[in-house]
Design a protein around this ligand. Structure first.
Ligand SMILES: Cc1cc2nc3c(=O)[nH]c(=O)nc-3n(C[C@H](O)[C@H](O)[C@H](O)COP(=O)(O)OP(=O)(O)OC[C@H]3O[C@@H](n4cnc5c(N)ncnc54)[C@H](O)[C@@H]3O)c2cc1C
Length: 220
């Protein structure tokens, strides 16, 4: 499609800004809360399903991920694991992300998103230097991805009607996602819909397998 889906109608018509399709099945493979806030969904879907979708958290959707690249994994020769947990921040968790034999050399970390001014790169460099030594404060490359500001990941990033609440992880794998809707032709299939490993890649695979089984079992 190459464009965001903006509407799915009761007869399963799918629209983007420039195109429309009339498929036999529609698979919603985006986080349910993102689907509800970015797509006009069929009116005939149960209202309690919409409420469940809105309350289903997006796993790590409020997170900032940081990757610091170095010429070599110097922390290993310094006898350090390249991992840390911090209550001070800005990164609260860090791990050695290096490839086999230490190359490419990298440490990654997570910071909490949703801060009004985002993440200050200087604070990240200072924290890395404090924990892993001065070399860590001057990475060859520092990549910062703020998922909390990505509207296709975090509904709070764009949708005014979305009021974030404390994440309710009991919504993961909710029973309403397990059966297709609209005569078996509309499927909820993101990782958040999986009863096991919801939020992880494994959950996405499980949801995909359930969807394939449902489509295969649906009469023409
Ligand atoms: C910071 C971070 C770290 C993570 N770390 C791990 C990890 O270590 N291990 C692990 O197993 N999992 C991890 N995850 C989770 C993992 O990324 C997800 O489980 C997986 O990507 C979910 O796959 P999915 O197919 O359900 O959906 P996604 O991969 O989220 O794909 C949904 C897609 O739908 C698109 N989209 C949204 N709205 C629309 C629309 N209206 N129209 C068209 N497209 C739309 C989005 O842009 C996105 O490309 C992490 C996630 C984040 C954010």
């Amino acid at each position: 499609m190459g464009q965001p889906v903006v509407e799915i109608s009761d007869d399963l018509g799918v629209k983007t800004a420039d195109g429309s399709w009339q498929p036999r099945h529609v698979v919603i493979a985006v986080p349910p809360a993102v689907a509800v806030t970015t797509i006009r969904l069929p009116h005939s879907l149960p209202t309690n399903l919409m409420a469940v979708a809105l309350r289903t958290p997006v796993w790590m959707g409020d997170t900032i991920k940081v990757v610091a690249m170095y010429d070599e994994p110097f922390w290993r020769t310094d006898g350090l694991a390249g991992a840390a947990i911090s209550r001070v921040g800005p990164l609260h968790e860090m791990h050695d992300l290096s490839g086999p034999d230490g190359l490419p050399a990298a440490i990654f970390g997570f910071a909490r998103g949703g801060q009004p001014n985002g993440l200050d790169e200087t604070d990240v460099r200072a924290q890395m230097a404090r924990i892993f030594g001065p070399h860590a404060g001057v990475p060859q490359e520092l990549q910062i991805q703020d998922w909390s500001r990505d509207q296709w990941t975090n509904p709070a990033a764009s949708a005014e009607e979305y009021v974030p609440t404390a994440p309710d992880y009991s919504m993961f794998g909710h029973a309403m996602y397990q059966q297709p809707h609209l005569s078996g032709r509309l499927h909820w299939s993101s990782t958040e819909t999986a009863p096991l490993y919801a939020g992880h890649i494994e959950g996405a695979l499980e949801a995909a397998e359930r969807t394939v089984r449902a489509i295969s079992a649906c009469p023409e």
